[in-house]
Design a binder for this molecule. Structure first.
Ligand SMILES: Nc1ncnc2c1ncn2[C@@H]1O[C@H](COP(=O)(O)OP(=O)(O)OP(=O)(O)O)[C@@H](O)[C@H]1O
Ligand SMILES: [Mg+2]
Length: 417
């Protein structure tokens, strides 16, 4: 709020006064005790010591991979479940145990973790295999070799290492989206090429239908064993939050209703522990910002609103230009109106905007489809109504959260208006 004033005010004296106010705010903020004692426990990379409600799943993973401790090849394993159900955390936990056992008992095990969602090293088959070969000490140029050659170098490096390898491909569906499933076919056949080493694959995905999209040969090989991570319920989320709150917040910094409310909100969607933890962290940040000494249920409501708003902004930013122009037109056509706008009115606006920014206009039918896609994403609400013999149209309502300067400036920037 203060910063907005500084950016937009043109009167220097006013700016100076506000700057002084801001400096005072920052000084107060710095001197005030935070509700947090260790905010690091809320960062995505933090690994908690206790992982409640995942004991039996962790045990299942460990038992499937256990033969590796005798240098026997375990089955490949496919782990799936909705986002925030603890898949990555649980696999990390098992891998940490195997790594320390292998060091302690001198067993030649190597674990390689690849997050296929990260851009760069998994964008093409070449890059992925080159990265894996580098893990085994090979020097591979960023481009230039035939992919087959990179595979050969990788195979020979693995084989001469005399190692039992666990290769974890997290967010594996992102890999096939980028490269196709050929790479998985090759990886699942890799042991046919190895004599002194072997590789066990652990694929992880939050796309519940992923394996069904695979070629049957890849599918049966990747999911020799399968483990489903169910979503958490509200009570389980409360346990997870309590554990993290104990490490991250000052004593008595949380009102009694805070954790149950964060858990209930996160459980209402699909039991996503990441969302529950984000809610708790943002509630704490809002309490700090409002100079409160305690986090209350009101902060949780504000945090929930903020997360929803941010999610909508992210969704808008990720839309293609035509969808952004359509949304801009919907907002423009409905600004200052009490009632809903119809597709026809939006289309007129859209054509004007297209000619203003030099965008090739799509047909009204296509814009109508885009409007229903924006509706499905929860960005706007569009209801089909019948206009008798004039056919059907859509009645579009723009939520208040979209009628803000932040959304307008995001769309202005995206469309170059
Ligand atoms: N049982 C648990 N105990 C403590 N923290 C947990 C637990 N389950 C999940 N978390 C925390 O919730 C967040 C999400 O967990 P994780 O990354 O393992 O989810 P995921 O199933 O891999 O989700 P995605 O499919 O989106 O990758 C992490 O911060 C993790 O530390
Ligand atoms: Mg994960």
């Amino acid at each position: 709020m203060l910063i907005n004033h500084i950016v937009f005010s043109k009167r220097n004296r006013g700016v100076l006064l506000l700057q002084q106010e801001l400096v005072r705010f920052l000084e107060d903020f710095a001197s005030k005790q935070s509700v947090f004692v260790n905010k690091k426990v809320f960062t995505p990379s933090y690994k908690p010591e206790f992982i409640p409600h995942r004991n039996s799943l962790i045990e299942q993973i460990a038992k499937i991979l256990a033969p590796i401790l005798k240098f026997e090849k375990p089955s490949n394993l496919f782990i799936y479940g909705k986002t925030g159900s603890g898949k990555t955390l649980s696999v990390y936990d098992v891998i940490a145990t195997f790594n320390s056992l292998s060091a302690e008992k001198n067993i030649p095990i190597k674990t390689v973790y690849v997050n296929c969602k990260l851009r760069g090293s998994t964008d093409t088959e070449y890059r992925l295999i080159a990265q894996l070969a580098r893990e085994f000490g090979k020097v591979i140029p960023a481009t230039g070799l035939p992919t087959e050659e990179v595979y050969k170098l990788f195979f020979s490096a693995v084989d001469s290492s005399n190692t039992a390898v666990i290769l974890i491909l997290d967010e594996i569906d992102e890999l096939t989206k980028k490269t196709g499933s050929e790479v998985l076919y090759n990886l699942t056949r890799i042991n046919e090429e190895l004599q002194k080493s072997f590789i066990t694959l652990v694929g992880i995905s939050n796309n519940l239908n992923f394996v069904e999209t695979l070629d049957p040969r890849v599918r049966s090989s990747l999911s020799e064993e399968e483990i489903l991570f169910p979503p958490y319920d509200a009570a389980q989320l409360q346990d997870i939050l309590s554990g993290r709150a104990g490490e991250g917040f000052a004593k008595n910094a949380l009102d009694a209703g805070v954790i149950p409310k964060c858990a209930a909100y996160a459980a209402r969607e699909h039991g996503d522990a990441r969302r529950a933890l984000d809610l708790l962290r943002i509630s704490g940040e809002l309490a700090d910002r409002s100079n409160g000494k305690k986090v209350t249920a009101v902060h949780v409501d504000l945090a929930e609103d903020k997360i929803d708003r941010d999610r909508i902004l992210d969704a808008i930013a990720a839309q293609p230009k035509q969808a952004q122009a359509t949304l801009y037109s919907v907002i423009f056509a409905s600004s200052g109106r009490q009632s809903a706008v119809l597709t026809g009115g939006v289309y007129e606006c859209y054509k004007d905007i297209c000619s203003g920014i030099g965008l090739r206009p799509l047909t009204q039918r296509r814009i109508s489809d885009i409007i229903s896609e924006l509706d499905m994403l929860g960005i706007i609400t569009a209801r089909v109504i019948s206009k008798g013999r004039y056919g059907r149209t859509r009645e579009i309502v723009v939520p208040k959260t979209l009628q803000t300067p932040v959304v307008k400036s995001l769309l202005n920037d995206a469309l170059g208006i």
